[in-house]
Design a protein around this ligand. Sequence first.
Ligand SMILES: [Zn+2]
Length: 314
Amino acid sequence: MEVFFLLISIVLFSGSKAFPVDDDDSDIIIVDSVLENSIDGDDSIIDVSSLGPEAFGIPKNESGDNVAEWTESSLMNPEEMGGYAEGDILMPKFARNGIRERTVRWENGIIPYAIDKAGYNRDQQDMIMKAIADYHRLTCLRFVPYSGQTDYIIIKNTNTGCWSSVGRTGGRQEVNLQAPGCVSKKGTILHELLHAIGFLHEQSRPERDDFVYIQYSNIKPGAENNFKKADTKRTSDFGVSYDYNSVMHYSEYAFSKNSQKTIVPKIKDMKLGQREGLSRGDVKKVNNMYNCKKEEPTSGWVGQVWQSFFGTKT
Ligand SMILES: [Zn+2]
């Protein structure tokens, strides 16, 4: 529907001299690029305009230096230590198109991937494979080894922190998981892959102020931008209510300047920022985004662990 309106507005815009015509027609090119990439119409489009222009850039060693200092006892998660949009979102700049405010889903939920194995030891490679196995067990997504597909992700270890772009941007796209910080916990890997799959952060949801207090006085100067909310008209919750357990939720101390909490849940004693595994809500959202009917496990040892972790399915 959105593309339809954009097309209409382009027709109106280009057909009328009453509007000032800007030589920089990047808006129009953005729409073209969406159409080129779009496989199954409007449904596949992911709007990333809420991230703002700072999401588009290049990897930075400075972010890597911060993540190199992360340990399991750090107050925040390693992906909250980067200098990218919301800490860990980095969209590629396209030579021809400039900034693109929309990406798309992976066609049929198939994500070709490669791992730069030289960058990881055996345990770290295993951790990445465990994260991928979780997606296979719980969702309809299929990560398939790269074999020449046009669009694919490459997981690599450079000294630039933990980061990914959101959705399928087209062509080769990098997911950087700096070792050891970004591959210490399975949840960090699941988190970055969820960005590549098409999701933003949980606390960026338009209704988040109903669920958490943001303590602006504790946020590092200049990092306030990371706490922006997405536009309610442009985002979908995929039928899942606000999820404190989401692997996409920041920790309580994200971007803190003083080791005081920057996010306080409105429910007492609720923990934020877990990076152990996908939450029930995360799984549901992925499956709803990709039109997957898969039921969560209720039997066998996987089902037992799952049900005891999240409570019996209702
Ligand atoms: Zn993130």
